[in-house]
Design a protein around this ligand. Structure first.
Ligand code: FAD
Length: 397
């Protein structure tokens, strides 16, 4: 098989890249190790920044999101058993976030891809890439028992943190920056009407908790836990009891409880690969970087990467311009590090750190006091939370 861009991975990065390329008249083939059902049901992110929403709408895949997504104009920071609403809309001159599950975005992108008959191969095995340090990149894999090869001009490594593309780059080329946090998140989905219309980020002596939602009937809730926490030790009653404690307020706030139908533990890390390209291989999304989920940036960063990559590839094919592709990594990394900073900052502001004499907790309360009483401090949070602009100052794509 011959194509222009071979895309490894059908997560949000790979599928959106294929869609953006299609709109520019550029051919691509997407391959994915998992089944369609698996990627369409995988529970992950749920908060879309304004820029992500605008891009999905502008490229014709936002119809269901507009109908079913929940637009939020604010979030709550809860500490010392009191809630403080951050009016994102007012602080940013009209920006908002949309709660719409990542797997719904994935479903919409797969549907679009199938509608225009773009090649998308699920359940491939033994994926291998080669030739990207020269002029003959190729992707090899097995599908339905047959050995297959895609010859392409460029390879997009959109295969997530555990994919094969990043490790395929020869040793000594990539530099990795990494920070592992001493905690994780225990996340649940429950058939329970969310007890708040907006997300609540709670700093509590017992640890961080987050109230989020997926639909008006389904709550998404998280508890800070050990990175190696055993979910089996968390029967539903224990989860609800702990959530109620961490989200309590002086005026008697109570969560709505209901059957829990999904539980999982996510370890937290910050991770950046530099550069995000080598020869004709371009890494995008989680294949190149990971953020702790506190700032809700992972999915949005993946979207930003592929928007830049699609633009650079379009310039290459349309005008023969090499420079945008050469600058791909540099342009992405500036935003990636901004997102790393905000994600690390929100994590360190809200989580309980073990040990010490309580200094960290008192410091967090002082910082939260400032964020919720100073318009300047609140604006920094609101601007970053609703989304770092696609084009940063001084940068023209
Ligand atoms: C619990 C949790 C909560 C999160 N919450 C948020 C949030 O609120 N907001 C937010 O913005 N982000 C959030 N994130 C992060 C977000 O889900 C990721 O950043 C996002 O999935 C990145 O998309 P991606 O396409 O780069 O990678 P992935 O979604 O990981 O997709 C990579 C794809 O490549 C496939 N693949 C892997 N190896 C191969 C191979 N060898 N060949 C072919 N295919 C392969 C995988 O099966 C997968 O389908 C959260 C993540 C988790 C785990």
């Amino acid at each position: 098989m011959r194509t222009q861009v071979g895309i490894v991975g059908a997560g949000p990065a790979g599928l959106l890249l294929a869609h953006l390329l299609y709109q520019q008249g550029i051919e691509s083939v997407v391959i994915e190790t998992q089944s369609r059902k698996h990627v369409e049901e995988r529970v992950r992110a749920g908060v879309l920044e304004q820029g992500t929403v605008d891009l999905l709408n502008a490229t014709g895949v936002g119809e269901r999101m507009r109908r079913e997504g929940l637009v939020h104009h604010g979030i709550e920071l809860r500490f010392d058993r009191r809630g403080h609403r951050m009016d994102l809309h007012d602080l940013t001159g009209g920006r908002a976030i949309t709660v719409y599950a990542q797997h719904e975005v994935v479903k919409d992108l797969i549907q679009a891809r199938l509608t225009y008959r773009g090649p998308l191969v699920f359940e491939v095995e033994a994926v291998r890439i080669e030739g990207f340090d020269g002029d003959t990149p190729g992707i090899h894999y097995r599908s339905g028992g047959e050995e297959c090869e895609i010859a392409c001009d460029y390879i997009a490594g959109c295969d997530g943190f555990h994919g094969i593309c990043r490790p395929s780059v020869p040793a000594g080329i990539l530099r990795v920056y990494e920070k592992i946090y001493p905690f994780g998140w225990l996340g649940i989905l429950a058939e329970a009407k969310p007890a708040s219309d907006e997300l609540i980020y709670a700093n509590h002596e017992r640890g961080f908790a987050l109230l989020s939602m997926r639909t008006p009937q389904v709550s998404r809730l998280y508890l800070q836990c050990r990175p190696d926490e055993n979910v089996a030790e968390w029967p539903d009653e224990r989860i609800w009891e702990e959530l109620q404690k961490r989200l309590e307020t002086q005026d008697g706030f109570r969560l709505n409880e209901g059957p829990i139908f999904q539980k999982g533990v996510t370890a937290m890390r910050s991770f950046v690969t530099e550069p995000m390209q080598y020869g004709r291989l371009f890494l995008a999304g989680d294949a190149a970087h990971i953020v702790p989920p506190t700032g809700a940036k992972g999915l949005n960063l993946a979207v930003a990467d592929v928007r830049i990559l699609a633009h650079a590839l379009a310039r290459r094919y349309r005008d023969g311009a090499a420079e945008p592709l050469e600058r791909y990594s540099a342009i992405c990394l500036r935003r990636v590090w901004r997102a790393q900073h905000i994600s690390w900052w929100m994590t360190s502001l809200l989580h309980r750190f073990e040990g010490g004499d309580g200094f960290e907790y008192r410091r967090q309360l002082a910082e939260l006091d400032q964020v919720t009483t100073s318009r300047a401090a609140a604006t920094v949070l609101a601007e970053n939370y609703t989304g770092i602009p696609f084009e940063l100052p001084g940068e023209k794509l």
